[in-house]
Write a protein that binds this ligand. Structure first.
Ligand code: SAH
Length: 217
């Protein structure tokens, strides 16, 4: 355990701070949450390395820097209601649970969602609600959300998610082709879905967002 604590502090300093992540709340959450618990036992020693890792079903837990970059872009203060598409390991959901009020997270693969739910419960994150399904529809009953994060690569910015974003809310989504995407931050400025402020956060590579408003299979 002490060994993992050390690896985590090193991760925060050498991978996050040094590359410009400056939101102290984000750095604190990433320094606190035991990332190794979210991967298989055989991979725990690699959990704090500077890369994504497999989590089964051909899916991955994102690189720590990407988690930090996306989370920082959501500009969380602690009061927000958040939607995550792609629960995966549950690690990103745990970070969000630390930094916001309530987290709603959707995963299309039931076995991953079950595993993530158990880990989140074991770490006492009771403010995360997970559901199995196609997240490209969003979670309309719970909308509007103050922030929406998509952790799988979309062919384009999903319009439905923009509709479920509060005015002033932030949507962070990787959009592009199947093999490489641009990480986009979109702030909704008014009732009109055309009235947005878009920032390009750089290139990235995510697993595909598969669903009705994503890639087909
Ligand atoms: N946030 C995750 C990263 C998971 S990788 C973590 O912290 O570990 C992306 C995940 O998105 C995969 O588990 C994949 O199954 C899921 N996914 C892909 N398309 C989806 C969709 N339409 N709805 C919900 N989940 C989806």
């Amino acid at each position: 355990m002490i060994r993992y604590n050390k690896m985590r502090i090193k991760m925060v300093n050498s991978q996050l701070r040094s590359r410009g992540i400056s939101d102290e709340r984000v750095l604190k959450a990433m320094g606190k949450i035991p990332r190794h618990i979210f991967v298989d036992e055989g991979l725990q020693d690699q959990a704090y390395a500077d890369n994504p890792l497999p989590i089964g079903d051909r899916q991955t837990i994102s690189q720590p820097y990407i988690v930090a970059l996306m989370t920082e872009a959501l500009e969380l203060k602690g009061t927000e209601k958040i939607l995550e598409i792609g629960t995966g390991s549950g690690y990103q959901a745990a970070i969000l649970a630390e930094l916001a009020d309530r987290v709603f997270s959707i995963e299309r693969i039931a076995s991953l969602a079950d595993r993530a739910r158990k880990i989140l419960e074991s770490l006492n994150y009771y403010n995360v609600l997970t559901r199995v399904g196609d997240g490209t529809y969003g979670w309309r009953e719970e909308s509007p959300f103050d922030a929406i994060i998509v952790t799988a690569g979309a062919p384009e910015v999903p319009r439905i998610l923009l509709e479920q974003l509060a005015i002033g809310g932030r949507l962070v989504v990787p959009a592009g082709d199947r093999y490489s995407q641009t990480l986009m931050k979109i702030i909704r400025l008014s009732e009109s879905l055309e009235d947005t402020e878009i920032t390009d956060l750089g290139g990235c590579r995510f697993v595909n967002l598969i669903g009705n408003h994503g890639w087909k299979g």
